[in-house]
Design a protein around this ligand. Structure first.
Ligand code: IPM
Ligand code: MN
Length: 346
């Protein structure tokens, strides 16, 4: 019989609560002959306070032996900003070479959009995941003086751009509209911007069926609000993608519904799936976090591992649930999870 070895990192705040529901739905969706073996890892604020550790090498080595990772959320006000972000979440993305950060922006029927006229929104952002200003290539000089200087240098390699751009073309070619938009800021960030633009055009020659366009990131934020239906697949750098995908969440029903996959397409390392939202300490422990983003991330996990029909079943369950309750529901975390388990099993 087959097995799925899943590493689970519930993390901080509502991470624990939403992951519990995601696992329930995963167990209900998997084919009967697939054995789900989960290993839970205690990482995040609690461990940091207890031992000073964020992601020990032994844990990293163990995580590596799994088929995939499900992560809830990390971060807590008691931990200085950046410690867990860089020392845990980004360390995982870099160590496992998660260069494809996949973030769908889909407005499900029944979900209230803050945008007028209920636009059709169904795009996917392919955010580069291992380069850009996230690499930690910077420093400070004359710290604490009036002459203090800080740099945060964005790293862009031809190799790194080409692989994410080609992945985005493939995804665009596989979708009905076959449209790919490059988002950057090549009128100001001319060095990186021109490299992205040139590679985007070169790789595009392999995909004549895909129509392309280019938007500066500031203009893209306008179109996300005024004309989101124009987007199909978007490819962009790590930081632009971070900002754009929060905006994408805002126009598709909020952060409680936004899913993501940190993907290593080669399979050399486990890919990691997580809701886009954070640990929400303000509502943690109250059982009112919406687990839908985690459940949709579980659907992406299933799809990534080749369980295509099961992924579609989970997404259909979410769609039906949202069509019935909308996004402003008053159900508890477990009530939503139970409803989704019911639909997936039924
Ligand atoms: C996200 C988050 C992370 C990011 C932070 C927590 C490091 O905002 O997953 O979008 O910037 O990528
Ligand atoms: Mn973000």
């Amino acid at each position: 019989s087959r097995s799925l070895r899943l590493a689970v990192i519930p993390g901080d705040g509502i991470g624990q609560e939403v992951v519990a529901e995601g696992l329930k739905v995963l167990a209900a969706a998997l084919p009967g002959d697939v054995k789900l073996e989960t290993t839970e890892y205690d990482l995040g604020a609690r461990r940091y306070h207890a031992s000073g550790e964020t992601l020990p090498d032994e844990v990293l080595a163990e995580l590596k032996t799994h088929d995939a990772i499900l992560l809830g959320a990390i971060g807590d006000p008691s931990v200085p900003s950046g410690v867990l972000e860089r020392g845990l979440l980004l360390k995982l993305r870099f160590a496992f070479d998660h260069h494809i950060n996949l973030r769908p922006g889909k407005l499900f029927p029944g979900v209230a959009s803050p945008l007028a006229g209920s636009p059709q929104i169904d795009f996917v952002v392919v955010r580069e995941g291992t380069e850009g200003p996230y690499v930690g290539n910077g420093g400070s000089l004359r710290t604490g003086t009036e002459q203090e200087v800080a740099t945060e240098v964005s790293l862009n390699t031809a190799f790194g751009i080409e692989r994410v751009v080609r992945d985005a073309y493939r995804r665009a070619a596989a979708r009905p509209r076959k449209k790919l938009t490059l988002v950057h800021k090549n009128n100001v960030l001319v060095h990186a911007g021109h490299l992205w633009t040139r590679i985007f055009q070169q790789v595009g020659q392999e995909f004549p069926e895909v129509s392309t366009d280019y938007l500066h990131v500031d203009a893209a934020t306008i179109f996300f609000v005024t004309q989101p239906e124009r987007f199909d697949v978007i490819v962009t750098d790590n930081l632009f993608g971070d900002i754009l995908t929060d905006l994408a969440a805002a126009v598709t029903g909020g952060i409680g519904l936004a899913a993501s996959g940190n993907i290593n397409p080669s399979g050399a390392f486990p890919s990691m799936f997580e809701p886009v939202h954070g640990s929400a300490p303000d509502i943690a422990g109250q059982g009112k976090a919406d687990p839908t983003a985690t459940v949709l991330s579980v659907a992406m996990l299933l799809d990534h591992l080749g369980f295509t029909a099961e992924a579609a079943k989970v997404e259909a369950a979410v769609a039906a649930d949202l069509a019935e309750r909308g996004n402003a529901g008053t159900r508890s975390t477990t009530e939503v999870g139970d409803a989704l388990v019911g639909r997936v099993s039924g």
